[in-house]
Design a protein around this ligand. Structure first.
Ligand SMILES: NC(=O)c1ccc[n+]([C@@H]2O[C@H](COP(=O)([O-])OP(=O)(O)OC[C@H]3O[C@@H](n4cnc5c(N)ncnc54)[C@H](OP(=O)(O)O)[C@@H]3O)[C@@H](O)[C@H]2O)c1
Length: 323
């Protein structure tokens, strides 16, 4: 079978597509004929050895997949050959057949495409966990989303609206903000042409209730300064590269909370909650209430181009890879 391989830490141009031997699933595993792979920002880091998880070489990138079960291990009960499945697998998705722990997979409801299903786990899973389980976002509250046109950002705009929040989408260009509006953002703020703190304060004199922050760097402190009484700042990621440091008096003065979000660990530590969240996301997507935007679909051989677009901040929504 064909597989994208990372054989040494390096940029996307050092990835190769090679023919490798098929792997048989173990007792609790299933083999999945991969139809679509969701690529994410962390794929740009994992191939350079700069991500918190460092898989042994060679490995295939691609942390979320959709496909068809081709073989099941002896102890697998809830899946059978021919089932359409999707799920988060960490890495190893960019190959024609992936071997995965069966508990990581959910059935794809009829009517949902492989491309949409492949991109639902990580960005939407992270965001539902962040907004529902960590921030406990309430209907009528104000949610400010940074990097709002990116993968997790788009998910936060959509899920925030589904949870009844008033959503302010913040991003670096008017083109990206028009995209956020098309996904339901109530208000928008361009943080390249406008100061983030002043802009959010002019939109909400009482402060915002929840900040969703996947960007970090020099955006975090101004965002924390706009929190209202009892506000919550969700630490989701550091796409800008720098991990910010904060004066903690800002948290004390607003009775505020700083909330970490580590979705990958949550899926391992709280598997039942994770499965319930995935069921909720699949139901919303099948009913057309979530409309993940596919930025582009690339072939295995084009993975360098796909990861380059993510690294250059060109992507709106999800980037998909197909065999
Ligand atoms: N905590 C978790 O469990 C979890 C789960 C998933 C993802 N994450 C993290 O969340 C972050 C975003 O992931 P994503 O998949 O949504 O990425 P993405 O689609 O590439 O979006 C990231 C957004 O960040 C902004 N950005 C600012 N500076 C950037 C830079 N130097 N390079 C790239 N983007 C930059 C861009 O928006 P503007 O141009 O509008 O600023 C971009 O749209 C990453 O750090 C990722 O590791 C964390």
């Amino acid at each position: 079978m064909r597989a994208v391989l990372c054989k040494a830490a390096g940029g996307a141009s050092s990835l190769s597509v090679e023919t490798i031997a098929r792997v048989k699933p173990g007792p609790d595993e299933v083999a999945v004929a991969v139809k679509a792979v969701g690529l994410n920002f962390f794929d740009t880091l994992i191939i350079e050895g700069k991500y918190q998880v460092k898989p042994p070489m060679p490995f295939s990138p691609g942390g979320e997949i959709a496909g068809i079960v081709s073989e099941t291990g002896a102890q697998v009960r809830h899946l059978k050959a021919g089932d359409r499945v999707m799920g988060y697998i960490g890495h190893g998705g960019a190959r024609e057949e992936a071997v995965v722990a069966a508990r990581q997979l959910s059935l794809i409801p009829p009517g949902l495409s492989d491309e949409i299903a492949a991109g639902l786990s990580i960005t939407y899973g992270t965001t539902l966990h962040a907004l529902k389980d960590r921030a406990r976002l309430e209907p009528g509250e104000t949610l400010a989303v940074l990097g709002a046109s990116g993968g997790v950002g788009q998910a936060a705009v959509e899920i925030g609206k589904l949870m009844g929040a008033h959503v302010i989408a913040c991003a670096s260009s008017d083109d990206k903000l028009a995209f956020c509006k098309s996904f339901g953002a109530d208000e928008v703020l361009n943080y390249r042409t406008q100061n983030l703190k002043d802009g959010l304060r002019s939109l909400r004199q009482d402060g915002v209730d929840v900040v969703y922050d996947p960007v970090g760097g020099d955006l975090t402190e101004p965002a924390v300064r706009t929190l209202g009484w009892g506000g919550r700042h969700l630490v989701v990621g550091f796409a800008q590269g720098d991990i910010p440091k904060l004066p903690l008096n800002l948290i004390l003065l607003k009775n505020a909370s700083l909330l970490g979000v580590f979705w990958g660990a949550h899926t391992e530590r709280e598997p039942e909650l994770h499965r319930a969240n995935m069921d909720q996301l699949l139901a919303w997507a099948a009913a057309g209430q979530l409309k993940p935007h596919i930025h582009a679909t690339y072939r295995f051989e084009e993975i360098g181009e796909a990861l380059g677009a993510i690294a250059r901040r060109e992507v709106k929504g999800k980037t998909i890879l197909v065999p």
